[in-house]
Design a protein around this ligand. Sequence first.
Ligand code: NAD
Ligand code: UD1
Length: 310
Amino acid sequence: MSQKMAITGGAGFIGSNLAEALAKENEVIIIDDLSSGKLENLAGIEAKFVRGSITDKELLRNEFLDVDCIFHLAAVPSVQKSIEDPIRINQINLDGTLNVLIAARDAEVKHMVFASSAAVYGDSSEVPKKEYMVPQPKSPYAVTKVAGEHYCKVFSEIYGLQTVVLRLFNVFGPKQDPNSEYSGVISRFISSILTSLDPVVFGDGEQTRDFVFVNDAVRAFILASRSKSSKTYNVARGQGASLNQLIQIIGKIVGSEIRPRFLDARSGDIKHSLADISEAESIGYYPRFPLEEGLKRTVDWMSKYILLNK
Ligand code: NAD
Ligand code: UD1
C-alpha cells in the first residue's frame, strides 16, 4: 500500500539511496538544506524536494502533515567536524533532532526511524557491540547521537510517537561524496586510487570497521518503518575489516598495487568497531552484499562519477 514518507537529509548519501527505493511505491518528501547533500543525487527520483533546515520547526510541522513515517537522517555526520565545532554540530544533530520529534508529534505522525550511529559505543574493549551495552561516546558527534536516541525513547513513551533507532555502522556505496577531507574512508580511498593519488591512512591502518553496503542499510530503514515496536538495532555486516585490508581488496579490483601514505591517527578515532546483528534479524534484516561485491559496485560508480566531474 502506498504511503506518504518524509526523509530529512534525503539529498545526502544514504538518504538519496533510501529515497530512490521508497519512491518506487510511495509518495516521498525530502527535506534537506543541501549543506552536504546534492540535488544531482536525486536525479530521476520522483519525490517532492523542499530546501530547508531541520532547525526550522514551522517548516517541518507543515511538511509532516499527513505523513505516515519520517526517516530522520539529516545531520552533520563527521566525527572530525564535531571535534572542531561542537556547538554547531550540537545545534544541527541534537537540537535538530528535537525539532523533528516535536514537529512529528504536533503533526500527529505515528512512526519515525532515526539514523543513529555505531559511534555511540565508543572504544569499549568488548566486541561485538550489542544494543544493550552502555554507550561510551568518544566525540561530540557520538554524544549528539546518544542524546538523540534518548529523545526518541522519551517521545515514544510520553507522546506515543513510535520511534525505531538504527545504529548504522560504516555505510559505503554509490553517491557517497569523496570530495571532502571529512568524507567516509572508502569513498576517499577509491577516489584517490582512481585519480592516481596515494590514499592517506590516519594511524597504522590496523583499525577496523564493520563496513556495510548502502543497499543493505536502505533495506534496514524500510524494515524498521514496518516494525511495530520502538527498539534499537545495529545495522552492519557483522564482520570487521581493517583499512589495510580494504586497500588490498580495492587494489585487486582496480588491478594495481597501492602504496598508502601513513599520517598520525586522528583524535576521537575509535580503534575497533564490530557489530552483533542478531537483534536486527528479528525485523528481517540480514546483509546481502559481501564487502568485495559492495566495493566493486562502488568502484564502478566512482569511475563514472570522476569521468562526469572532470
Ligand atoms: P550525508 O552528509 O551524505 O547526508 C546528510 C544529509 O543531511 C545531507 O544531505 C545534508 O545536506 C543534510 N543536512 C545537514 N544538515 C541539515 C539541516 N540542518 N537541515 C536539513 N538537512 C541537513 O551523510 P550520510 O552518510 O548519508 O549520513 C546520513 C545519516 O546517517 C546521518 O544522520 C549520519 O549521522 C548517519 N550515519 C551515517 C553513517 C555512514 O557511515 N555514512 C554511519 C552512521 C550513521
Ligand atoms: C563513520 C561515519 C559516521 C558514522 C560512523 C559509524 C562518515 C564520514 N563518518 O565514522 O557518520 O556515525 O562511521 O561507525 O561517514 N580514515 C583514513 N583516511 C581517510 C579517511 C578516514 O585513514 O582518508 C580513517 C579514520 O581516521 C578512521 C577510519 O578511517 O580511523 C574511518 O573513518 P571514517 O570513514 O571517517 O568513519 P568513522 O569515523 O568510523
